[in-house]
Design a protein around this ligand. Structure first.
Ligand code: NOJ
Length: 591
């Protein structure tokens, strides 16, 4: 029993009947990544050890006990490579070294060893689609002329029009503006154009060039040799472009569902070309070679970041000889409506089961509005790229309530789940950052039309009473992005040991998820609670079945008789489950 709620008996609704089983239980021996909870660390914002106001690797290492205590299984660390930080490190200038902002290679070694000592696996971020404009390869490409082998590592093309003044095609950058930039050649004349699906200082690599392929095989080995347990693969669906590079009228977007005016946006010729799968098959065999005996505990893994319009296309990346996991952005983008949530769960399990992969679940990351704020927006509103002071503001109380309910639902589902740093504190988006501190290239390239992602990247609060809320020892408490006042009341030390705090609820859920092996359980829906209630049982073959109810309707719901409340995302009211609340129940005598 959780220390958060007392055991109670409840009335059983007479109409409850069990129905469909969209997912069968898996073996207990399943490899770790089929059920793991992975915690995304955004290193700039996690913990600062040296007082420069930016998080770093020693800061993260010092906080590992907190993460072990939270109960996650693995970390995914966003990029810490050498970078001019045009896109917060997703513009890599050297794939084999650490930016001084974050520390040194020796700090990575210490971090990996300490994490392993705490039983935490470590995934790092691999950014293969593009380099930084400051990468030695790109500098060499600029210095060498058209047709040179140096240019062949990137996607240089002649411009259209008489003087080549027009870009080679009409592709747009995900961050706004054209996806092409023209270079000035060594003799001072305007020359070729190069492709960049993101910022102009993130030139896209030419993955049809064997040198590029070999280079990344070597980079994989470099980090595998250092002991990492895997890689999250940035824009995994972008590496190859349709060779003809035909015009494409729509904006390239990072969104899984279709949005108005961009119905086919992520079906364009820059995404999801069949050839990318060969790249990942080769990577898989490299990773597998580090586990020759096939010990499931020693698997090193790949997780695809691929924003694609259908679960089926996404699951092509996790066929048995390719990657292990792909982010389930369909789940993240689903509206807070019972029907929609049930549909996406069914679709996710079905699509993943069809290729024998585990599904993943995710609600927040460094690219989207934090779900404690996103779910406080109008249900059905399109997902904004950032929220600014002049935008429609989320309802913070409602958002947090729904976020806790949504996370409690997510963590009870079979499969693997991803958490984003700070969500265990219930952190909201910073919705009032002054424009002068913004850093997201999307804000600048869209001339402020898109607010961008800075609001979800604000440094974490650890101690309410300390400067920078304990983020680090900067003399004036300054942090690279300013923290909102509300972060003080949500600091980790304010929630530690407090019954019903978001942090304690996450800890309880993660502990129970492990105890009951929910990640490898089977899922069976229960009907009879009405259309606004999601009700299912997660059970492994010989374990205690866990019943999960999420109430999205406004009528409070009676719980089944003789149910023991294990954890609740909010408070029961007179023994009933109120709106926007999830409860996990054990029913020992009924199953
Ligand atoms: C996806 C990353 O998550 C995002 O932060 C980055 O801006 C783009 N890829 C480009 O690397």
């Amino acid at each position: 029993m959780s220390r958060l709620q007392p055991t109670r008996a409840f009335d059983i609704p007479s109409s409850v009947v069990t129905s469909v089983s969209p997912h069968a239980p898996q073996s207990h021996e399943a490899p770790w990544w089929r059920h793991a909870v992975l915690y995304q660390v955004y290193p700039r914002s996690f913990a600062d050890s040296d007082g420069d106001g930016v998080g770093d690797l020693p800061g993260l290492t010092a906080r590992l006990p907190y993460l072990a205590d939270l109960g996650v299984d693995a970390l995914w660390i966003s990029p810490f490579y050498v970078s001019p930080m045009i896109d917060a490190g997703y513009d890599v200038a050297d794939y084999r070294d650490v930016d001084p902002l974050f520390g040194t290679l020796a700090d990575v070694d210490v971090l990996i060893e300490a994490a392993h000592g705490h039983g935490l696996r470590v995934l790092i971020d691999l950014v293969p689609n593009h380099t930084s404009g400051e990468h030695t390869w790109f500098r060499a490409a600029l210095a060498s002329g058209p047709g040179s082998p140096e240019r062949e590592r990137y996607l240089f093309r002649e411009g259209r029009g008489e003087q080549g003044n027009e870009p080679p095609n009409n592709w747009k950058s995900v961050f706004g503006g054209s996806a092409w930039t023209r270079v000035t050649e060594a003799d001072g004349t305007l020359g070729q154009w190069y492709l960049h699906l993101f910022d102009s200082l993130q030139p896209d690599l030419n993955w049809r060039n064997p040198q590029v392929v070999d280079e990344f095989h070597d980079v994989l080995r470099f980090w595998l040799d250092r002991g990492v347990d895997g890689f999250r693969v940035d824009v995994a669906h972008a590496l190859l472009k349709d060779e003809a590079m035909p015009d494409w009228q729509e904006k390239a977007v990072m969104a899984a569902s279709h949005s108005e005016g961009a119905e086919h946006a992520n079906l364009g010729p820059m995404w999801d070309q069949d050839g990318v799968h060969e790249i990942y098959r080769a990577w898989r065999s490299i990773l597998d070679s580090y586990n020759p005996q096939g010990d499931p505990a020693l698997d090193r893994i790949l997780c695809a970041e691929a924003w694609l319009p259908s679960q089926q296309r996404t699951m092509r990346y996790v066929r048995p000889d390719e990657m292990h996991q792909a982010f389930n952005f369909h789940f993240l983008e689903t509206s807070w409506r019972a029907k929609d949530v049930r549909t996406v769960i069914d679709d996710s399990l079905e699509a993943a089961d069809a290729v024998g992969a585990p599904t993943t679940w995710v609600l927040s990351n460094h690219d989207v509005v934090r779900h404690a704020s996103r779910l406080g927006l109008r249900v059905g509103a399109s997902r904004p790229n950032g929220i600014g002071a002049r935008s429609v503001q989320p309802n913070a109380v409602l958002g947090l309530r729904r976020a806790r309910a949504a996370t409690a639902l997510m963590l009870a589902l079979p499969g693997s789940a991803y958490l984003y740093n700070g969500e265990e504190l219930g952190l909201p988006e910073h919705t009032a950052l002054p424009d002068r501190v913004r850093q997201d290239p999307a804000f600048f390239r869209t001339k402020g039309k898109e607010i961008g992602r800075d609001g979800c990247r604000v440094p974490l609060p650890w101690e309410a009473g300390a400067p920078s809320y304990g983020f680090g020892p900067s003399p004036d408490g300054a942090t690279w992005l300013p923290q909102p006042l509300v972060y003080g009341s949500l600091a980790a030390d304010r929630q530690e040991g407090v019954t019903g705090s978001t942090l304690e609820i996450y800890r309880s859920m993660l502990r129970l998820r492990r105890v009951h092996d929910l990640g490898v359980g089977g899922l069976r829906w229960i009907d009879g609670y009405g259309a606004q209630v999601l009700a299912f049982v997660n059970a492994r073959k010989d374990g205690i079945p866990i019943t999960v109810l999420t109430n999205l309707g406004d009528a409070a719901v009676a719980l089944p008789e003789s149910a023991e409340v294990l954890v609740c995302s909010g408070r029961l009211e007179d023994g009933l489950l109120p709106q926007d609340t999830t409860v996990w129940l054990a029913q020992r005598d009924r199953m």
